[in-house]
Design a protein around this ligand. Structure first.
Ligand SMILES: [Zn+2]
Ligand SMILES: [Zn+2]
Length: 128
């Protein structure tokens, strides 16, 4: 569903209803690079609790995770390890929910040790 909105400064734009709901909620306009994602992936479910602001690159990955594995360097032990597309997608989904702020790590052991470290390797780095 799309609606046309007119901003107080005179600008007008046709945007998706989900985007409108989120802009009202935040009290600001969303810049181009911020998309509104439907958490349950139902594009007709425009309830606020089903909406999440995500960066356009993350958004692309959520819906089009691709079929490539990627290498990561563990921030704890510096070992290089490979995640398959499914694992990468899980991380992106977790990040879109606000968890998984650090890592990814090579193992559960490193994950436990890395907690609290701010190190973060962007998952979207090698994807365009
Ligand atoms: Zn989405
Ligand atoms: Zn490690």
């Amino acid at each position: 569903m799309c609606i046309e909105i007119v901003y107080p400064d005179g600008g007008a734009k046709v945007i998706g209803y989900a985007r409108y709901v989120m802009e009202c909620h935040l009290g600001r306009r969303l810049p181009e690079h911020e998309h509104v994602h439907h958490i349950n992936e139902d594009p007709l479910d425009d309830r606020l609790e089903n909406l999440k602001v995500v960066d356009v690159a993350d958004h692309c990955l959520i819906h089009h995770p691709g079929y490539i594995s990627q290498d990561f360097v563990c921030p704890v032990c510096q070992v290089t390890f490979t995640l398959n597309p499914y694992q990468i997608r899980q991380i992106i989904i977790k990040r879109s929910y606000g968890s998984a702020k650090t890592g990814p790590y090579c193992s559960k052991k490193c994950s436990a040790r890395g907690r609290g470290k701010a190190m973060q390797i962007p998952v979207k780095q090698r994807y365009s």
